[in-house]
Ligand binder design. Structure first.
Ligand code: PMP
Length: 325
């Protein structure tokens, strides 16, 4: 009989799929790594189990303990799978801009969800980072996972996602495109791929409202760059330890509207019902198309599934309210 011993054993080894219509004017092949094939439907399943096993090895989490995390939703799901497998309790803090689907999915997995205001400074005591940190001090045998600064995050992508991409492209990859949130994906994959071939270009996709692009180009952390935006999962108002800026060759900013419209195109024109940051990444790539040549092999990370955005980018009412259509 062929079966997995646990749902978490099915994490990783996601497919690469050619983008056909949207990229037809680009000179080269564009391959999407479809991370919604993970059991929790996002790339964050990969880091969830690894960050927990790393904490267990370090003695930071013991039997019957509580996992606490601040998350835009997907890491919560990845951690929830690990918590279910290993019998931990789990609490997440989530900014109130995140989709209701993400909140309900976490509740379905037995997670306690605490909603915090989006429009506060990261250092504010009400921010989702601060609330999570404070809870760790109050709950015995608990762990604040902190995907932003926990280097087991990028190590997962260095050890697994990067090698998968290298092997799937027979080492022919020339460009990796990934949205940057915690920076774990782009840094881990980028570190591995540049070790294999230092000429591989690593392009990070950023949002308007995030500090990354300016910080990368000038070294200045400019608070004026920070404002609320609708694209979920990428862009930051902090500099997480997982981002290694010298691995990233350039950042490209994509507007919320372009990200949302491209996400819709991915569904209608490619049959890929993807998350909001997938549209952002593809939009960013198209903005950078003049840098591409015929023989290039581009891999673009598609972090999650569209089912989490049915009330947002796939909802006409929401899109009209945002003035995106
Ligand atoms: N897209 C989505 C939907 C995400 O949830 C995240 C994680 N915040 C990312 C992209 C960015 O990935 P990373 O945190 O590894 O930079």
């Amino acid at each position: 009989m062929k079966y997995a011993n646990h749902i978490t054993d099915l994490i990783g080894n996601t497919p690469l799929v050619k983008i056909n219509n949207i990229t037809k004017d680009l000179p080269c092949i564009v391959l999407a790594k479809i991370e919604s094939f993970n059991p929790g439907h996002s790339i964050k399943d990969r880091i969830g189990i690894n960050m927990i096993e790393d904490a267990e090895k370090k003695g930071l989490l013991k039997k019957g303990g509580t996992i606490i995390e601040s998350t835009s939703g997907n890491t919560g799901m990845g951690l929830a799978l690990a918590a279910i497998k290993k019998g931990y309790n789990m609490i997440v803090t989530m900014p109130d801009k995140m989709s209701i689907e993400k909140i309900d999915i976490l509740k379905a997995m037995g997670v306690e969800v605490i909603i915090t205001p989006t429009n506060v400074d990261a250092a504010d005591e009400k921010s989702y980072y601060s609330v999570a940190k404070r809870m760790q001090t109050k709950i015995k045998n608990s762990l604040y996972v902190n995907q932003y600064d926990n280097l087991a995050n990028r190590l997962t992508h260095y050890q697994k996602t990067g090698p998968e991409i290298w092997n799937q492209t027979d080492g022919k990859i020339t460009h990796l495109i990934a949205g940057v949130g915690t920076g774990g994906t782009i840094t881990g994959c980028g570190m591995f791929l540049k070790e294999k071939n230092k000429n591989i270009q690593i392009w990070g996709i950023d949002t308007y409202g995030s500090v990354y692009k300016k910080y990368h180009e000038t070294g200045v952390f400019d608070k004026n760059e920070i404002y609320s935006y609708t694209t979920e999962g990428i862009g930051e108002d902090i500099i997480p330890k997982n981002v290694k800026f010298n691995i990233i060759d350039c950042f490209e900013k994509v507007t919320d509207k372009d990200a949302a419209l491209m996400t819709r195109r991915l569904a209608k024109e490619e049959g890929i019902l993807s998350g909001n940051s997938c549209g952002a990444a593809l939009s960013g790539l198209i903005q950078l198309q003049n840098k591409l040549k015929k023989q290039d092999v581009v891999v673009i990370i598609m972090p999650d599934h569209g089912s989490r955005y049915l009330g947002k980018v796939y909802n006409d009412k929401w899109m009209k309210k945002q003035k995106f259509i």
